[in-house]
Design a protein around this ligand. Structure first.
Ligand code: SF4
Ligand code: SF4
Length: 430
């Protein structure tokens, strides 16, 4: 059958494991809002089955379902008793649909910018200038920001983060471990303070941190939007810089970059290789080697907590809650480690929120393209955050940070931070 080669065997066999039990429905943030079977993971797995078997054509309508009703959050994958990897199926078919029907020119141009360090820094400079000169409302009138308010987005870093630090930062005393640091675009251009916390805390533990200057976007926003060809440039560069190096770990401070490096690269390259595309067995191996070394920074710190200096005890405590990013809790099964760090801080009173691992509704471009559904999902998250009466919401994903921060009522004075920023604060002077 001609269509069976749409996806690799590994990916397409998922369609035969679905027993239509519907247990995924209650975990799908989109289905919970729209209550339509075709928007549910089960519905989309069945659609994928018909398309890959060739009984349904991969029409533009199906492309619409794949893009409009899925955040690729992985909740269905994490909660499927049959081990169906819906997200691999849906992202694979997004790729095939994009090959057939194309991507709009704005997205295409944006992906080219993301894949180039030079273009990305120029764009960031231009964005900062436009915002300073004309204001967020003007920008919103020119570009489609969807559920986001441009004024709610923090100011861009004055300088790209990597230009503000030494490429190699050594600990003052004995070097107990050496790591490479993949900081991703968000830290580079928006959340430099998170990067500063990483390169401050790790050396205090005796860890040497190298932040390779030439790194670019991990490519996930590009390949999840179906443009695997453009993303290969970013993936190959990341493999060249980070794979096969003599270090103890490759550290990431972004759940999405971590999921890309740990899960998506090996899957995507293997699929392209198996389909006879221009990807070598050596590249698949390099992706697997890199995946084995990648660690979220909270996981690395939790594993080596004995190396942490003792934070100063303090009477004043900040009430803090934690939001689990989908790409960390579902994609990488990391939930205890960030909490362990927070609970151990003398300056923190930790409080769990209801539905901590529910999606925040951002989903990268989903919040821009589908503001109505996105806003409903985000609303639940924000209400659950308010119910904790926390002063600070922590999370390990800049995407969630952006979405949550944008929707929090600024009057309430709540902040969104990475757990490492609180750890850095607690260790100041240690
Ligand atoms: S994808 Fe998994 S959880 Fe959902 S209906 Fe199929 S078997 Fe059940
Ligand atoms: S990946 Fe997330 S949004 Fe997409 S079907 Fe699965 S649970 Fe729903």
């Amino acid at each position: 059958m001609e269509n069976t080669a749409l996806l690799s065997e590994n990916t397409s066999e998922n369609i035969y494991h679905c027993i239509k039990c519907g247990l995924c429905l209650a975990h799908c943030p989109v289905y919970k809002e729209v209550l339509l079977e075709e928007a549910s993971p089960r519905g989309k797995v069945q659609l994928s089955k018909f398309v890959t078997e060739g009984t349904l054509p991969l029409s533009e309508e199906i492309k619409g379902v794949l893009f409009d009703t899925c955040l690729l959050c992985g909740s269905c994958v994490a909660n499927c008793p049959s081990g169906v990897h819906g997200a691999n199926l849906f992202s694979g078919l997004r790729w095939r649909a994009t090959q057939r029907y194309g991507t709009n020119w704005k997205k295409k141009a944006f992906f080219q910018i993301l894949a180039s360090k030079w273009k990305m820094s120029k764009m960031a400079w231009f964005g900062a200038w436009a915002r300073r000169t004309f204001g967020g409302a003007w920008i919103e009138g020119k570009i489609k920001a969807g559920a986001l308010s441009v004024d709610g987005i923090p100011a861009l870093n004055k300088k790209p983060f990597s230009q503000t630090i030494e490429e190699v930062i050594k600990p003052k005393g004995e070097t107990k471990a050496r790591v490479l640091y993949f900081h991703g675009c968000a830290t580079e251009y928006l959340y430099g303070d998170i990067g500063n916390a990483v390169v401050d805390v790790l050396p205090r533990m005796g860890v040497e941190v190298k932040t390779p200057r030439e790194q670019v976007c991990c490519g996930l926003p590009i390949f999840m939007s179906g443009d695997r060809d453009t993303s290969l440039k970013s993936i190959r560069l990341a493999l060249e810089i980070f794979s096969g190096k003599d270090v103890d770990a490759v550290i990431v401070d972004c759940a999405t970059c971590g999921a890309a490096l740990k899960n998506e690269y090996p899957h995507l390259l293997k699929e392209l290789h198996d389909l006879g595309m221009d990807v070598t067995a050596g590249e698949v191996k390099a992706a697997e080697e890199l995946a084995a070394k990648v660690k979220d920074v909270t996981v690395f710190i939790d594993e080596h907590k004995d190396w942490l200096p003792t934070p100063e005890d303090t009477k004043e405590k900040i009430r803090v809650t934690y939001h689990d990013p989908c790409h960390l809790v579902k994609g990488q099964k990391v939930n205890a480690q960030p909490r362990n760090i927070l609970r151990a801080l003398p300056n923190v009173e930790f409080v769990e929120m209801k539905g901590a691992d529910d999606c925040c509704g951002g989903g990268g471009s989903f919040q821009v393209e589908h503001p109505e559904t996105s806003l409903k999902i985000t609303r639940r998250k924000i209400d659950n955050i308010y119910a904790t009466k926390a002063q600070v919401v922590t999370t390990c994903c800049p995407g969630c940070n952006l979405t949550i921060g944008d929707h929090l009522d600024k009057e309430k004075g709540m902040q969104v931070m990475h757990p490492l920023q609180l750890l850095q604060k607690a260790l100041a002077g240690r």
